[in-house]
Design a binder for this molecule. Sequence first.
Ligand code: FAD
Length: 306
Amino acid sequence: MGPYFDIVIVGGGPAGLTAAVYARRAGRSVLLLERESFGGQIASSPKVENFPGFSAISGAELSDRLYSQAEALGAQIELEEVQSLQPGTPHTVTTDYGVYRAGAVILATGMQHRSLGLPGEDRLAGVSFCAVCDGAFYAGQDTAVAGGGNTAFQDALYLADICRHVTLLHRREEFRADPVLVEEARGRSNITLLPSTVVTALEGTDRLTGLVLKNTATGEVSRLPVSALFEAVGQQPETRVAAALFSLDPAGFLPAGEDCLTSIPGLFAAGDCRTKAVRQLTTACADGAAAALAACQFCRELERRT
Ligand SMILES: Cc1cc2nc3c(=O)[nH]c(=O)nc-3n(C[C@H](O)[C@H](O)[C@H](O)COP(=O)(O)OP(=O)(O)OC[C@H]3O[C@@H](n4cnc5c(N)ncnc54)[C@H](O)[C@@H]3O)c2cc1C
């Protein structure tokens, strides 16, 4: 059967942790399940400058604060990955450790990074998706970043302070990143920008030793010896737990409006995993609040009926 909670929250990013705060303050029993690290995407960001109340705060500190607030209010928080969700009265949530029953479920599963999809990517040490987490392992060494947006440039600038040299590889001629970041990177003597360049293969047996590159304009093939490749090629919605239950929107997001209601009674979608125009910390937190209050209302209706 498994223990019962009024509200089970899937995902411990800003949306999920905010939902836990609101649901606990409304007196509901809350279980929050997070598979990896509390704080979600922002946990690895070196600096946040647009979260109200903080002119600058590291992603790690913001994550700690969000976590501590939810925990202090009495949310039960577990490091478990949700593997499936069975709607019903109650809903059944199955993780890698156990089974839980829930009056309402808030899906706050966010986004996850895209990968280049190259053979060896999962196996080779030296392939990373987080410069802040793993950059220090390659201090004094030659590294590369794949991508042309803000994250790729922020990663390259961060790594340039630690590594001997950083090569930024971008498949297009133009960079998407803010011009100020591109100019800053151009001004660094140990950053090389290589537009119109794709990685076609990874070299190495256990550890990455180099990249095979192709110039998309000329077709020229070359080799770049590096000990690490940081992939910053965008993100995609993380909706695997609920994908079978809904028709996702064309970009793969969970369809739900500003009220966070999905088409299934008692299931709510909050934060970056939901169809929406702006995916930011503030909008994730706003969704967490809306979803929690709607879930509390749903629980009250359930109680009235039984
Ligand atoms: C590098 C970077 C920098 C950013 N900087 C800013 C910034 O400066 N300002 C700003 O406003 N926004 C910024 N953002 C965007 C912001 O981080 C996101 O909008 C916000 O984190 C979304 O919150 P969320 O809770 O919806 O999702 P997420 O943060 O993605 O959290 C979802 C959580 O759900 C967990 N999860 C997923 N599936 C499961 C499962 N099956 N079981 C259990 N847990 C699961 C994930 O592990 C994750 O922890 C940045 C994003 C990145 C990547």
